[in-house]
Each structure stands twice: as C-alpha cells, then as structure tokens.
Design a protein around this ligand. Structure first.
Ligand code: GLU
Length: 410
C-alpha cells in the first residue's frame, strides 16, 4: 500500500464512523489542485539541469492551504498527495485556520552546492508562484529545507510581487521569521509527551526515550525532553544509531553531529545499527525521521509502550495493527508533529500585522494549542473506546466537513 492510500484509509474509516454522506466523502477524498512544475537550475559546471517539483493542494475549507516544501530524492506525486491531506487533518485537529497542502522537489540536496540550492529554491518558487499567495497557500520548511531556503524564496517572491513576508513561514528571524519557529516541531512533540505523562502520572526521570532521527525535529525534541528530566537513551541518523541506557546529552550529540556529520561514534554511547533502535528496551519510541520507517517487518520487535509520531506517517497501517495488538499506544502524527505548523500560524499572524511576539508569548500559545488538542484526542479516544489515531481523525474530519457544509457550495 502506498503512503497516499494509507492516509486515505485513515480518512475513510473516520468518515464511516462519522456517517459522512457520499458527496462529502468524494469531496474530501480528492485534492483540489495538483501542480507539477519543471525546476530549471543552472549548475556550477555550466550545464542546465531540470528537476521535477510539485505543489499539491488538498483542501481549503477552513482557510488557505498550508504545508511544507521538501527536497528529497524520493519525492513523487503520490507521496506529496499523502502529506498534503495529512496537513488538512493536522491543521483542523489543532484548530488553526488553514487547509492542507504540500510540495517538494525530487532532488538529493546533498549533491548540490549552496549556489545550486539557492538557484533551485528561487526557480521552484517562481514556478509555483501562480498557485500560492499569503491568503491562498502558504508554504514552509519540511525535510531538508529550513530558514535559509525560506529566506531565498521569500526574497524571490517579493521581487515579483513586492514585499510579502506572509507568503512563507519558517523564515530567518531577520526576515520576519518567528522566535521559536525553528524549535517548534520538537517542542510540540515534547509538550504532547509531557501532557500524556502528566495524565498517566509518570515520573519523568524514569522514562527512557529512544528517538529515531536527529534532524531538526528529533534534535530539538531530545533537547527539550532531556532538559525536563526524561532520559534520551538513543538517537540515530541515516548512518546508524547511538545508545546509552543511562541517557545521552542531546546538546553534546548535536555538537558531535555538526563536527562529524553523523551521530555515530559519539564517545559516551555505543554505536549500533540504525534498525536496532526500534527494538531497544525503553518506555517511549519517537520516530522523528521519514515516512514508513515502522512497518510490519519491524513493528513486532518494538518494546516501547508509547509511540509518539513526530515524523509524518512513520507507522504503516499494518504496523499500527501490530502495535495495537501488543497493547502499545500510538500518538498520531497529526497531533505529535503539529508544533511546526502551529508556530507557522503564529508567524503568519505576526507578518500580516507587521508585529513581533516575544518567544514566551509564542511558546505559551503553542503550549495552549498542543495541550488542548492532546486532551481532546485522549478524551475522545477514552470516551469512544477508539485508538488515538481514530479519535484524532474523527475530530479533524468532522471540523473540515462542517466548514465545507457551512460554505454551502453544493
Ligand atoms: N512541514 C511541517 C509539517 O509537516 C510544517 C508545515 C508548516 O509549517 O506549514 O507539519
């Protein structure tokens, strides 16, 4: 089953339980607009290379399309369609006034120089400019993109249409970015974990957490969780994983990664195979890298009782079933990975008002929205005897369907 079919399945079963009629189902089951573009990049050696780029807009009943732009060699239409729909459900669940979109370029950014990446970013935003806008569709960072890329794209868009900071979120602070945005996905995941720990009466110091990945979301998640008292016992990257049952110092791991380009061979830990991280003895497992990393072939080995999806779609439906049969609780991506888009919303509000919020104000609002959504999901799951993913989808799909109905476009 492809990624798109899987997320569609989560929607379909929520639609069944909510009793959505056939027209509403058809409307929410398909994307409003899919744009494929040719991204032309003059390379350093004088050649002109073209890459395939996408911006796929799923639904905008609750507000402008919103979602990231990723650079990765696996980017393809089906994958972007999946994440575009996930963004619709994520924004609805967090109750922020956006719909869902996603985009990306099929490219391995590690093979490009900085100059080539800048030209790629400028070319891509020029190509999708006709379908985006500060009240239409607001892109943001995603896998392998960050403030630097958003800065180039904001500049390129503003050269065409005049200064428009609200066209993109996740910009550098000096170009209208929000304080706290860089840390937001990791902080949101941490707030979600901490809320659950609070409800379960856990003592933070006793909770061992294994984190798959060490990019932006994974590293900030580890830093916040460790500072609060949780024990981060393992982290990983594409080269392997490191494990220390006593707990790692996430900031020292980050420095080691910056210096050596990997987490492996960190001195105060054992280096293990990347896949072995999933089977470690721990209470919480946090997949915070790419999609479909927990599958039917490795889900059975998972020891953790709580799986927090800080990545988008890291657990396949079959793996979800296996984890459920083992009695483990999965906290779905549309909740646990939502911190980034929540602070994107706060950045957009600041840009439209030409205002600047203090970091405390940003983090306070993020916590309010994350705790509210976490309580709503846990409460509904408990009340209906559903999984957290089922509860989260029911809340989200119901809100989008209500907005569609109230717009009256029948
Ligand atoms: N790429 C992030 C996500 O998957 C953030 C999207 C945004 O901020 O618009 O949620």
């Amino acid at each position: 089953m492809g990624a798109y079919e899987a997320v569609r399945g989560f929607f379909e079963s929520a639609a069944d339980r909510l009793g959505l009629d056939a027209s509403m189902r058809a409307l929410l089951d398909t994307h409003r607009r899919s744009t494929t573009v040719q991204v032309r990049v003059p390379m350093d050696d004088g050649a002109l290379t073209t890459f395939e780029g996408y911006r796929i807009q799923h639904n905008n009943a609750r507000g402008p399309y919103k979602g990231g732009l990723r650079y990765h060699q696996t980017v393809a239409q089906d994958e972007i369609k999946c994440f575009s729909a996930l963004m619709t459900w994520k924004c609805a669940l967090l109750d922020i006034p956006f719909g869902g979109g996603k985009g990306g370029v099929a490219v391995d950014p590690k093979k490009l120089s900085e100059g080539e990446l800048e030209r790629l970013s400028r070319s891509f935003i020029r190509e999708i400019a006709p379908v985006i806008g500060p009240y239409t569709d607001i892109p943001a960072p995603d896998v392998n993109t960050g403030a630097r890329e958003m800065g180039w794209m904001y500049d390129e868009y503003s050269r065409m249409f005049g200064d428009t900071p609200a066209i993109l979120t996740g910009k550098p602070i000096a170009l209208g970015g929000s304080l706290g945005r860089e840390q937001a996905t990791g902080r949101g995941g941490f707030l979600c974990l901490d809320r659950i720990a609070h409800h379960r009466g856990w003592t933070r110091e006793k909770i061992r957490v294994a984190v798959e990945g060490y990019g932006n979301a994974a590293s900030w998640f580890s830093i916040f969780a460790s500072a609060a008292g949780y024990r981060i016992v393992a982290v990983s990257d594409s080269k392997g994983a490191i494990h220390n049952p006593e707990g790692l110092d996430p900031t020292a791991v980050l420095e080691h990664k910056k210096a050596t380009s990997s987490v492996i061979d960190f001195k105060q830990a054992d280096t293990i195979a990347g896949d072995d991280l999933f089977a470690l003895d721990c209470e919480v497992l946090v997949p915070a890298a790419m999609e479909e990393h927990i599958r039917d072939d490795n889900a059975d080995a998972v020891q953790a009782n709580l799986i927090l999806e800080v990545a988008n779609y890291p657990v396949t439906p079959k793996a979800d079933e296996i984890l459920k049969s083992k009695g483990a609780t999965v906290i779905p991506d549309i909740l646990a990975s939502a911190g980034g888009v929540v602070v994107s919303y706060i950045e957009w509000v600041q840009n439209l008002e030409r205002e600047r919020w203090s970091e405390d104000r940003v983090n306070g609002r993020l916590a309010e929205l994350m705790y509210g959504a976490t309580d709503a999901v846990l409460g509904r799951a408990h009340e209906k005897g559903n999984t957290n993913r089922e509860a989260a989808y029911e809340i989200a799909v119901d809100r989008v369907a209500e907005a569609e109905r109230l717009r009256g476009d029948w």
